[in-house]
Design a protein around this ligand. Sequence first.
Ligand code: HBI
Ligand code: FE
Length: 292
Amino acid sequence: MDMTLEQAEFLKTLAEKSDSGSLRGDYSAADAQYVVPQDWHTYTPDQHALWRKLYQRQVQLLPGRACDLFIDSLAGLDAAGGIPQFDRTSEALSRATGWRLVAVPGLVPDHVFFEHLANRRFPVTVWLREPREFDYIVEPDVFHDFFGHVPLLFNPVFANHLQEYGKGGLKALRLGGLQFLARLYWYTVEFGLIESPQGLRAYGAGILSSGGEIGYCLNSPVPRRIPFNAERVMRTLYKIDSYQDTYFVIRDFDQLFEDTAPDFSPIYARLQTLAALPADSLLAGERNLQAT
Ligand code: HBI
Ligand code: FE
């Protein structure tokens, strides 16, 4: 990539933020949308073996914890045998909901991320974690992005929501509402819970790709589980390096699509005048739902 100043700036901040102080991914071959070739043939047998180990551990935790839509869609991906080839998944995905996967070296700038989502392109990180990061990784790797996020892209309502989220993100950038939208993404697409006739289930990618949080989010008495409300979510801070203090619960994906369809400008204006709520808040009158 013949880097622009903005891109060099982004990569410098990213390297400073990461715990190793350097970038995990190789951004040199990225194009202006930060897309790189997946180079699937460069993955080693050990990396495919680590993927299989991550996949086997996680898939056994799903029954009774992940929403049925996720479980059914993952089964159709045939991704148990090794790190998937994104182009092959994109063929099936584009037939289902018009989405495609694009390979990226890791986190990309917000406006690039939203631009991809607004065009039904989901960015999937190409590198896989190290064996020592089996149970926990801060930055999204190919297992988090693919195993956690890709299955629900096959659901038309969720897929529509994510494209609207991308369009909303581009608008939020212009209105100074990015922090509010990042919270919405965090408490839904990453750590959202959904009601089911058998009790609460997880649909958030951060939960579904995590060995520990998938049990914690439903079984621990510690966190709050509050009915989803877009403005409340956009006002609530979140933590990126520990289990969540609060999970927000949607009735179904239609609610997620409907509740995030309106123009958020008035909410952004209101939220800019209010103090953000700590992640462990429970406001007067809010119900703390039981998981089972
Ligand atoms: N980049 N590759 C990648 N994946 C993400 O999930 C991601 C990103 N850049 C920005 C970003 N997420 C967040 O800032 C948004 O969710 C708001
Ligand atoms: Fe994610």
